[in-house]
Design a protein around this ligand. Structure first.
Ligand SMILES: [Zn+2]
Length: 262
């Protein structure tokens, strides 16, 4: 599933290849039944316009201009964005294709069809409507400390997009592993130091994954991402990785160095 680093990689692709070009047409792609896409009238609003800026908030991408309108893209389980030239041909599973004047094109691909594209006028209003918390790469330590509270498990709080937007299952587990906090720990029981550690650690992790364009094989060897399997050896303490369901999601962790709060 595309998480924040993948989505940031797609945003950078758009920045690098699809801005400041005039839109000739936005056309539906192949096999689009059950895919939420803008209708013909909404697509026509972009004709003759240029995209001049992108924005990512959590796992959402916005592509537009100061005066709007904007495309809002959500990747679902398997979505991605491809920027290419006409001669390369449309990619497989292209559900929406932006055709720029000249040869450049941009496609929203989605093999499994859980993603969507909407046309909106104001990203800030849309972020509020979607009830997203501050973006994970922008939230500051005190905002984070105030938002991670309550009786629920810290793992559930980290992946709650209304608290912090952009931390998914993989990077929540990685953050808890690297800070030595058990996923079941009640959010409200975390110390001030632990809240600071979590904030610093998920920021560092997400930035590192963005820096390698979400190529996980390039991440440091001791990280949990390379050993998300029950029975694997922990990369930090030599313990044994276990899994358990927390808030309905499978969490991988090391019971030897991730201590449960008492
Ligand atoms: Zn360990």
């Amino acid at each position: 599933m595309p998480e924040l680093p993948e989505v940031e990689t797609f945003r950078r692709r758009i920045d690098a290849g699809a801005l400041n070009r005039t839109v000739a047409e936005i056309r539906p792609g192949n096999d689009i039944t059950h895919v939420e896409l803008p209708d013909a009238a909404a697509r026509a609003r972009f004709e003759g316009h240029q995209f001049t800026q992108t924005r990512r908030h959590g796992k959402y991408i916005f592509v537009g201009s100061a005066s709007g309108p904007w495309l809002n893209l959500h990747m679902g389980m398997s979505g991605s964005v491809r920027v290419y030239d006409t001669e390369d041909g449309d990619p497989d599973y292209a559900r929406l294709v932006v055709i720029f004047e000249g040869d450049r094109r941009m496609a929203f691909r989605d093999p499994r069809k859980f993603g969507w594209v909407r046309v909106i006028d104001d990203p800030d209003a849309e972020i509020a409507r979607l009830e997203l918390g501050p973006d994970a790469l922008e939230i500051d330590a005190s905002q984070f400390a105030d938002r991670i509270e309550g009786r629920g498990a810290v793992k559930s709080a980290l992946i709650d997009q209304a608290k912090v937007a952009g931390i998914g299952n993989l990077w929540a587990d990685e953050t808890l592993y690297q800070t030595g906090i058990h996923p079941d720990t009640r959010a409200g029981d975390l110390s001030g130091k632990q809240r600071g550690d979590l904030h610093r650690t998920f920021g560092r992790i997400l930035k590192a994954v963005c820096d390698v364009d979400a190529h996980y094989a390039e991440l440091p060897d001791p990280w949990l991402i390379h050993r998300r399997k029950t029975g694997h050896e922990c990369g930090r303490c030599g313990g044994t990785i276990e899994s358990r369901k927390v808030g309905g999601r499978t969490s991988f962790y090391c019971p030897d160095h991730q201590e449960r709060a008492t």
